[in-house]
Design a protein around this ligand. Structure first.
Ligand code: HEM
Length: 194
């Protein structure tokens, strides 16, 4: 995938995160994310690379099946905005690759803040020029960790026969997702309480 061809994907071209690298380090330690997890994610990225569209089919099916979720891609009180769903889908696919292969450095931290803001009134709807709901409720971000995590297992298992290896990669994936949603909770938290 040519990243620059993904509309609205702005990795390396966003504002500076207010979160420090020290705070990131502490959060990584809190979710028990270590060097081994980076290696496991790289391997997962290799296995998932050509399955990204199928994974997105599962996740989008999940969102489409729940009115309170699909509402976040809809006109308030109206139907889903197809172009919005499609545009975000392309960036979501890139996010899978980024989660597996990018170094979790300053540029990555900066883009985490941007993804966070895109779920909140600060930047939601802006990138795709749509008129949808102003904010994705934080409780759903936290809740979605479960399906985003568990649904990846069969895709890993399809390409790796050792269940212990599959579990290790899945655990690294879950740590990475929780780490990111924890970072994304920042703009939702009251000043001084994040
Ligand atoms: C945008 C991931 C929870 C709705 C995005 C993007 C990613 C992402 C990667 C695109 C970022 C970019 O623009 O580069 C996730 C993950 C979640 C989560 C990993 C939880 C673990 C949710 C939930 C909803 C939601 C629960 C509610 C349906 C949206 C919407 C956008 C978006 C509407 C587009 C925001 C905009 O206007 O730019 N999400 N998301 N997300 N997500 Fe989420």
């Amino acid at each position: 995938t040519n990243e620059s061809a993904i509309p609205g994907y702005a990795y390396g071209a966003v504002g500076h995160s207010p979160v420090t690298l020290d705070e990131l380090q502490a959060l990584k330690a809190t979710v028990m994310f270590g060097e081994e997890d980076s290696a496991l994610l790289h391997r997962a990225g290799e296995l998932l690379g050509d399955q990204v569209e199928e994974i997105l089919d599962v996740w989008y099916g999940f969102v489409a099946g729940q009115p309170h979720l699909v509402a976040q891609f809809s006109q308030p009180g109206g139907g889903p905005i197809t172009e919005y769903l499609q545009a975000v889908r392309a960036r979501f696919g890139q996010w899978i690759r980024d989660t597996c292969t990018r170094p979790y450095d300053q540029a990555w931290l900066d883009y985490q803040e941007e993804i966070a803001l895109r779920h909140t009134p600060a930047h939601k709807n802006e990138t795709d020029h749509v008129h949808s709901t102003p904010v994705v409720p934080l409780r759903y971000l936290i809740g979605l960790i479960v399906p985003i995590s568990t649904t990846v297992r069969p895709f890993l298992a399809r390409r790796e026969e050792d269940p212990a290896q599959v579990d290790a990669m899945l655990q690294a994936w879950i740590k990475a997702v929780v780490l990111q949603v924890a970072l994304w909770s920042r703009p939702y938290a009251r000043e001084g309480q994040w």
